[in-house]
Design a protein around this ligand. Sequence first.
Ligand code: DQA
Length: 152
Amino acid sequence: MTEKSSARILVLNGPNLNLLGTREPKTYGTTSLGDLEAMVKSHAATCSFSVDFRQTNNEGTLVDWIQEGGKGFAGIILNAAAYTHTSVAIHDAIAAIKTPVIEVHLSNIFKREPFRHHSYVSDVAAGVICGFGPVGYILAIDALESMLRHQS
Ligand code: DQA
């Protein structure tokens, strides 16, 4: 088994993303979190990544999981949802680890209310993808795959 074939990635979803599929479908679409997880896992398998896919409504749990992602994971894909715009604790957790974090949002946060235009994640993330719905998670996997390939 090559190093790449054993790479694990952590996909973290923040508050209210458990409601995907029924939550504000005009903004977030009709794909459920379960469907999104299946899409992510199936695409990740083509890149030889194994995926740990999680969701929580709690800020501290996201902080704990980001710290966990700093040990033994090749990358983190993070949709911190509303905490993106409020959480210094999440910013600091990302700054404290070496694992690359890709920030993802389903919606284009820059086309929305001004309070969504600032992210506490972006300046500590390796990159940001927003506005492409569930496809953004697939693009994030490809971005991680490319980053890790160029590192090795
Ligand atoms: C979101 C955008 C955030 O502003 C919002 O609070 C979310 C979801 C997105 O995926 O588009 O809950 O992160």
